[in-house]
Structure formats: C-alpha cells, structure tokens
Design a protein around this ligand. Structure first.
Ligand code: SF4
Length: 656
C-alpha cells in the first residue's frame, strides 16, 4: 500500500493508514528511503512522527526531508521485525541504525581435517566445514590471544611452504627451541598427540576451558595409573598453563551460561552499542558499533540492531545466538524478538534487562564502554566539522563538503586508460561507493577525453546517484574545465575543485623555506585565475590530499589489475600507434611477443615497416609495463587552458 504527497499532506495521509502491524518507509522528494520503521499500529506510529510528539531527537531532521510514506502490512509484529531488517539492508536508510555489510570480521580458522592443522587469521567466515572463532575486535587482540594460547597448546604457526621447507631440511625452526611448537615438520610429535592439541585449542577458543581442563585431568590420571609418568607430568604442566591463562581473564560469575551483553549509549542522533561476549562466566570478546543520525528511540534502535546483528551474521556462521541476551534498555517488541531469536537458535533464548546483581554490573560496564567510545567519536566528529568548515571557507564552497567524490585517470604510456572514483563521507572513505571505469570511447592518451567520458557516465546516473557536495579531480585548470563543461552539458551545478602539485620551478632552498622541502599543492577553483595555496599544516589541505591520494591509489590498483589480465593478443593490440600490419610484421620478424618485448630499439627499428619512432614507442611501452604505473603517467606540464581553447589538447596537469 502506498501513501503519497508533499510534506504538508503527510498528516492527511495518516488518516487512511491501516491500524494493524507492519512496516513504514519515509521517503524524500527523490523517492529515496530515509527511514524504515515497524509498528504494531501503523497509523498511530506514523501519526506520532508527523505530529513530532514522541520525543525522538532526530525526528525534526527526518521530517524536514520526508515527503512520502509507504506502508506494508504484515500479519504479526515478528514479521514486521524481519521485514524491517530486510528493507534496511536493501535501502540503507540514512536515519536508521544500520550495520554495515562491508564490516570485515577478524577471526581464527581451524580445520581439523588438514594435515597438522594450524590457526589461520581470516577476514571472512565461510561454511566450509572448518571451525571459526571470533570475531575479534582488533588484529592486536587476536594475535595476543593466539600467542597466549600457543604457550599452552603449541600448534604450529608456520605456513605450509615453511613447513615443507623445514621438513626438507630435517630440523625445526626457532619456534621449537622456544617451546612454542612440537615440530611436526620433523616428525618430533605423534599425530595423536598433535590431534589432542587441536581438540584442546578448539575447546579453549570456544570458551570451554573447564571442559578442556577436565579432559586433561582425566588423561593425566589415566597416564599416572598406567605408570606413564612422563606423559602425566606433561599433562599436569599443560593443565597448570591453561588455568594460569584463564585466571588472567576477568571472572564475571560462576554461572557458566553463554551470554551476550549489550550496552547502548546515546547523544542526540549519535548512538553507540557495545557487545560483551560472556562464555563460561568470562568475558571472551567485545565489539563496538557506532551509528549516526539515528531517528529511532533507544528500545526501537536496539531491537533493530539485534535483528541485524543475529540475522545475517548468524547465517554466515559468524555469530552463535547465546542462551541469554542481556540489554541495558528494553528492546521494543521484546516478546516477538525473543521468539525470533529462539527460532533461529533452535533453543530457548532469554532476552532480558537485568535489574541487579553481577549481570547488571556487566551491562553497566558495556554501557560505560559504549558511552566512552561515543564521546571519543563525537570529539573526532567535532574536529572533522571544523576541518570541513575550514575547507568551505578557504575554498569559497557553497556547501559544507560532507560528501566528496574524486576522479582520477590512469594510463600506461598513453594506453590502457582506466579511471577511478572514490567517495569520502564526513572525511572518511565510503568504499561501497567507489567505482572503477574502463575507458570505452576516448583515446587512451587523451587525459581530458577520458575524464570527460567518465564524468558523462557518472552524470547520466544522477537520478539514482545524487550529486556530491564537492566534485573533485586530480589535476589542474584543464581537468577542472572538463568537469565544468560536463556539468554544464548535463545542466547540473555543484562545487568543483582540482588539486595538483606545484611545478618544479622553485630552487630546493626556496622550497624548503616555503613548504619544508615538499612540493606545495595548488587548489584550483572555477572562476579563479590563480590557484589557492593552503598552509601545509592545514587540516583542510590534508583532507584534500587524502582524498586525491586515495583516488590515485584506487586508479593504479585497477590499472595493475587490467594489465595483469592482458593476454598475448591483447598486449599486442595495446602497442601505441601500431596497427595490425606492423604487428604482423613484428611477429613475423621476431617470432614471439617475448622477443618483441626483449628487443632493443635498433632491433625493432630494423623490422620492415617499423620506423625508429615506432620502435621507441614499443620499447617505451614494454619498459613501462615492467615499471609501476606511478612511473609511467604523463609528466606534469604547464598550466593548461580549459578544453576547447587552442592549447587544451596538449597541456595537462600531471595528476601526481
Ligand atoms: S618447528 Fe616446524 S612445524 Fe613448528 S613452526 Fe617451526 S617449521 Fe613449523
């Protein structure tokens, strides 16, 4: 069901809305979904929003933009909960709590089926029969956990290649001397003993250290009864080491129930959630989640978060749903949420807000941590606001450049042209919106033509991808002229800016005096005859450089990828200025691509139909193929005139 109209008409619309459970979607004038919510009674919930009467802090910002509302009726609140989750994933609404799907997990993988298994650090979970442990909050935390563990259960740490290497040499590496490995590479440990270590490692990482100690104790007693005192002694030492490691972890309480504890903190639209994972009564892991511009009330935000947290991630095997989920505030529609959790876990799951006792203390700890992380984030954001404000003022921009898009073209000796687009939102890269372009129509050596093509392709999508606050290019006046012309052709307006390093005209001493020896950056803006020079320590300049460098890095990465995929025939086709006739002559005379690649200029020029200039070009091309793309971009030239003027074709700003 769809209700449509302007912002003023929203109130009118609420009268016709159904009173049952369902999901509602507020949309802006372009039809973009701003916010998705669920309700037991759709009409009364949407009315609350429109009247602005339920005290949510971000509602004015949401309602300023909302002009439409769609509603979808569901049979139950639980269905609404799930549908809301799906729609949040699909539309990524600005005013919702939204778990980023590009979050990289840090985890440990252990595959007991491998010969001499080892722990591997991974960033993705897969359903491949191996066991995964984590997620870990940082690579440091993960490495520390592995290092502690290997003192107790010394699985090998080497790669398979190193393992084979030491096996060939017949002597173990230093890890063996340090008693951090039993040297399976040289057959110094029996398979059954090693397999025990693997099982123990899995138990320990699952948080079941008590079970591990119990098993070791049983085996120690058996070994002692069989008068295998050496083995019994080894097991006793291992038990001691496990217990000492566990003692170092914080003991929360005796109840060994699996539990996740959620603390939520809020300041205006900023929300932070911290999760503590409690296994066997000990905190074994923590995760932090920051959200901005949240329009939901706390209980609503928490419910939405929990569905996303245990939804997709549990499907990927990343998270197990524990037996108890404790939260600092009551999740909205807790009964429906609890039922859903239990269905997914296929076991009883308690969802509760502890009021007192050690679990409450743990919830308070999670909340305090969430609060601290939130304050740190707000501080960093305030500093970012000042940077964006500085950028706007110094460059005379019309908008605060919250969203910046930057384009860069990369070529290899005038061939294999590609381009990149990077996007920074609030000073941070938004990698989901990065784009790579293979130039289709423009000639590879024509930097302006390539840029024009990319911008035309970008601007043609403006209906689905609104313009940024600032459109930036790696380059000077010439490139900026191309941007201006493309925008004018499309009938669009937006702040634009070019950034390029100064040319080599200063003496080294003058440069040291002016910018500490570094090349200064020139900032080009439309309508300004001279480029702006921001102070080298200006945060606004640092942000622009970061965006430009990221764009350059991304273009080069793509360039390399394209190059690595070139096959024999396509490499020949990329030879600059060499048509099919000359290609055939070269192949006939020299026999192979390899011979062409290795030939010097004289040999190439000796081929019939190939001039010395052709030979130099071919030689330069293969030289550049071997070099990194940074070395092969066109060198900076003098300030270029805008395209369309007499000089435009041959004078370009160097991108770097
Ligand atoms: S001792 Fe052998 S198995 Fe152990 S880490 Fe060194 S190379 Fe690998």
């Amino acid at each position: 069901m769809v209700a449509r109209g302007g912002a003023a008409a929203l109130e009118e619309r609420t009268r016709d809305l159904p009173t049952g459970a369902g999901v509602y979607l507020f949309k802006d004038a372009r039809g973009k979904v701003l916010y998705v919510g669920k309700a037991q009674n759709l009409r009364s919930r949407v009315r609350q929003y429109v009247a602005g009467g339920d005290g949510r802090i971000r509602i004015p910002a949401l309602m300023e933009r909302a002009v439409d509302v769609d509603v979808l009726v569901t049979p139950t609140v639980k269905d609404a909960l799930l549908l809301e989750n799906e729609l949040i994933k699909r539309h990524r609404p600005r005013f919702n709590v939204r778990l980023r799907d590009d979050k990289q997990y840090l985890a440990l993988r252990l595959d007991a089926r491998e010969p001499w298994p080892r722990l591997r650090e991974v960033r993705r979970f897969a359903r491949d029969g191996a066991e995964y442990f984590g997620p870990y909050t940082s690579s440091i935390a993960m490495k520390e956990a592995v290092s502690n563990l290997r003192r107790v259960l010394p699985l090998r740490s080497c790669s398979d290649g190193t393992f084979r290497d030491y096996a060939r040499r017949g002597r173990p590496c230093i890890e063996y001397e340090m008693k951090r490995c039993l040297a399976p590479c040289c057959g110094r440990v029996e398979e059954s003993v090693y397999a025990d270590l693997v099982r123990g490692t899995a138990l320990f990482l699952r948080g079941r250290s008590d079970e591990l100690v119990g098993r070791l104790r049983e085996r120690m007693q058996r070994a002692a009864a069989n008068e295998d005192f050496e083995e019994a002694g080894r097991l006793r030492d291992r038990i001691g080491a496990v217990e000492r490691t566990v003692e170092r972890q914080q003991i929360v309480f005796d109840n060994p129930i699996e539990r996740d504890v959620f603390g939520l903190a809020r300041r205006g639209g900023e929300v932070g959630v911290q999760v503590l994972h409690v296994r066997e009564g000990r905190v074994v892991g923590a995760e932090d989640f920051p959200f901005s511009e949240v329009a939901q009330a706390e209980g609503e935000a928490l419910a939405s978060f929990l569905v996303q947290y245990y939804g997709a991630a549990a499907d990927e095997g990343v998270r197990r749903i524990p037996r108890e989920v404790c939260t600092s505030v009551a999740a909205q529609d807790a009964a429906a949420l609890g039922t859903w959790l239990a269905e997914r876990a296929q076991a009883r799951v308690v969802l509760r807000v502890p009021r007192r006792g050690p679990v409450r203390e743990l919830v308070d700890l999670a909340t305090r941590n969430a609060e601290l992380a939130l304050l740190r984030r707000i501080e960093a954001r305030d500093s970012l606001e000042r940077t964006l404000e500085e950028l706007r003022e110094r460059c005379g921009l019309a908008q605060l450049p919250r969203r910046i898009e930057c384009y860069d073209v990369s070529t290899l000796q005038g061939t294999l042209a590609v381009a990149s687009r990077v996007v920074f939102v609030d000073g941070r890269p938004d990698k989901a919106d990065y784009r790579r372009y293979r130039i289709r129509d423009a000639r590879a050596g024509d930097d302006y033509g390539c840029l024009r093509e990319v911008l035309q392709r970008r601007l043609a999508r403006v209906a689905t991808e609104p313009l940024p606050d600032l459109l930036m290019v790696d380059g000077g006046r010439g490139q900026l002229g191309v941007v201006g012309a493309a925008l004018a052709d499309a009938g669009l307006e937006v702040d634009t800016l070019g950034i390029a390093k100064e040319r080599d005209t200063l003496s080294p001493s003058a440069r040291v005096k002016r910018s500490g020896g570094l090349k200064a950056e020139r900032i080009f803006r439309p309508g300004r005859a001279n480029p702006l020079m921001l102070p080298p320590n200006s945060k606004a300049l640092l942000l622009l450089q970061r965006v430009r460098d990221e764009s350059h890095r991304f273009a080069i990465e793509f360039q390399r990828e394209v190059r690595s995929k070139l096959n024999f025939t396509s490499i020949l086709e990329e030879l600059p200025g060499i048509g099919p006739g000359k290609r055939r002559a070269l192949l006939r005379a020299l026999g192979s691509l390899r011979a062409i690649r290795e030939a010097d200029v004289d040999t190439l020029a000796a081929v019939r139909g190939v001039s010395r200039r052709d030979a130099e070009r071919i030689h330069g091309f293969f030289d550049a193929m071997a070099a990194s793309p940074e070395d092969v971009r066109s060198p900076p030239a003098a300030d270029a005139a805008a395209p369309g003027s007499a000089q435009a074709g041959d004078a370009q700003e160097g991108g770097n």
